[in-house]
Design a protein. Structure first.
Length: 425
């Protein structure tokens, strides 16, 4: 009926009954994954959005090597180390002004879990026990029980529904309907004691690369502030230049109460995450009473080697023209997307910074439709790593990608629309 896997490894987001794991990668370099047969695959989605500058940036690789000579994990309660201290200071320097403390963990999901716990702890300790969280339709915040609860519900979390907690959801602000989203949020704040709005700034990634203007985020922040509701921005995907600025919130001119960052924090080299928060949130936990401490820890909190990689990443942002690079990449996408805007085979052609997306116009859209896997195979046959979300094709390359490499990706998208789009329609 279907092939049974040869390997005991259970891969993420993989239906082993359908998709054989056939590609073994032996090396990475720049914008490429190199497989055992010597094929170079253009990593046009930055290996699930983690690789920013390019695979194996020499400065990050070297920092890891140097750190590994003198460190492995060290306990992070009672003890600290230089890389963690330097990284925290560095993060606060590049983050929106007003954030004051840095809590380390090891994945995007965990950074969001930490944010939710910080928010509830804040209200609990302030004697104003609020626990409701507002999220946006089509959001994704991770795959743990807590972050699934805050994310879009669907077949991908249906088996676990019984364990997910209840949240309030506002509609995604489709063009022209932004005011409805703002009004809905304001109504929720007025009617319920909302602890926090948890939101992906500017781009909703896994929900389909849905984009909304910075102005909306500014206005959501104003409403939240008015009702003493905390704003948690999940910059796990949008951080480190993806949207054209280091953090997406910069474009809205806001400082959230809590900011989650992971993926690009080490340039994609090692797992690492940080949850940044305001002084007020830290101080709500600050006491001589031990029961008010922040009860959270990951075993690998502030791993010294990962911290060293993240410090090296910060230095790259300081010493290399990363901002110019991402501006240029944004320009290259804009030029290449232009012809697709008038192309009847596509709808919703859009871009925020270095992220470009367009929807293949097929009747059977949706994650379960065949179009996603068919497109994926089509691109893979051309040595391109592009993983559409259903009929949503997007590019989110490392910043070292060249104009010619982008041309290759766009030419394949153009061709795929004829081959796959027509076959499915
Ligand atoms: C990827 C992602 C997460 C989860 O990060 P993991 O490291 O996979 O746990 C959370 N939020 C957003 C916006 C993401 O894109």
């Amino acid at each position: 009926m279907h092939s049974y896997p040869q390997s005991p490894v259970w891969h993420p987001f993989t239906q082993h009954g359908l998709d054989a794991i056939t590609t073994r990668i032996v090396r990475t370099q720049g914008a490429y994954l190199i497989d055992e047969h010597g094929h170079s695959v253009l990593d046009a989605i930055s290996s699930w959005w983690v690789i920013t500058h390019g695979h194996r940036h020499p400065a990050i690789a070297e920092a890891i090597q140097v750190a590994a000579e003198i460190f492995d994990q060290i306990i992070f309660a009672e003890y600290t180390h230089e890389a963690a201290e330097e990284l925290a200071k560095g993060l606060l320097q590049v983050a929106p002004p007003g954030l004051a403390h840095v809590f380390y963990s090891d994945s995007g999901s965990t950074s969001v879990e930490v944010a939710l716990k910080m928010a509830l702890g804040f209200f609990h300790h302030a004697g104003d026990p609020r626990s409701r969280i507002v999220v946006m339709e089509h959001s994704y915040h991770g795959d743990t029980i807590g972050t699934m609860s805050a994310g879009e519900r669907g077949f991908f979390n249906a088996p676990y529904g019984a364990l997910l907690f209840d949240v309030d959801t506002v509609r995604f602000p489709e063009k022209g309907q932004e005011q409805d989203t703002l009004d809905a949020f304001e109504r929720l704040c007025r009617e319920r004691r909302i602890a926090a709005l948890l939101i992906e700034p500017l781009v909703l990634g896994a929900g389909g690369m849905k984009m909304y203007p910075a102005r909306l985020l500014t206005e959501l922040k104003q409403i939240a502030e008015h009702f003493h509701t905390l704003l948690i921005v999940d910059e796990v995907m949008t951080g480190w230049g993806r949207t054209g600025t280091l953090f997406a919130c910069e474009q809205a001119g806001i400082t959230p109460d809590i900011l989650c960052t992971s993926k690009g924090i080490t340039g994609g080299a090692l797992p690492m995450a940080a949850t940044l928060c305001s002084r007020e949130i830290f101080e709500a936990h600050l006491s001589v009473d031990r029961s008010r401490m922040f009860f959270h820890s990951s075993s690998y909190t502030a791993n010294p080697i990962a911290c060293a990689a993240a410090v090296a990443n910060l230095k790259i942002w300081q010493t290399e023209p990363v901002t110019q690079r991402i501006e240029k990449l944004g320009r290259l996408h804009r030029e290449r997307l232009e012809p697709f805007r008038l192309d009847p085979r596509f709808t919703n052609v859009r871009q925020t910074g270095t992220i470009a997306a367009l929807d293949l116009d097929v009747s059977t859209a949706g994650y379960f439709s065949d179009v996603g896997p068919k497109l994926r195979r089509f691109f893979k046959d051309r040595d391109l790593l592009i993983r559409p979300l259903g009929n949503v094709i997007y590019l989110m390359t490392p910043y070292c990608v060249t104009p010619n490499e982008l041309d290759r990706a766009y030419a394949a998208i153009d061709e795929a629309a004829d081959v796959i789009g027509k076959a499915i329609k």
